[in-house]
Design a protein around this ligand. Structure first.
Ligand SMILES: [Zn+2]
Length: 111
């Protein structure tokens, strides 16, 4: 797992200050004789972990195996993602949101 930074205090996906988990998810789209692969890697909050996993899952079970090469790699990536997902959701967060001691922080509009 390449991404594991305890100083990350915000979700890299939605930007929310929340506990974050490093995760790596694969995506593959089969195009008969070609395929399109991509990897998502980042440290994100739990709702985003679920959302990203199921998004990749939906892509992999529908168009993830629809090429010659993908017939093999599609299911492999599905298993790989599921292993990464289960490992991520069952582990402790690596990054924690900034602590708020004392009064609530003033939220100022971006200038
Ligand atoms: Zn998030």
């Amino acid at each position: 797992m390449a991404f594991s930074d305890p100083t990350i205090t915000h979700c890299m996906k939605c930007g929310a200050p929340a506990p974050t988990w490093p995760i790596k998810l694969h995506q593959n789209i089969g195009l008969i004789a070609a395929h399109q692969r991509s990897i998502f890697e980042g440290q994100i909050c739990k709702p985003c972990v679920h959302r990203e996993y199921w998004k990749k899952f939906a892509i992999l079970v529908t168009v993830g195996w629809t090429s010659y090469y993908s017939i093999i790699i599609g299911p492999v990536l599905l298993v790989l993602n599921t292993v990464n997902y289960v490992r991520t959701v069952s582990s402790k967060p690596v990054g924690l949101p900034p602590r708020h001691d004392g009064p609530a922080p003033q939220l100022l509009p971006p200038s």
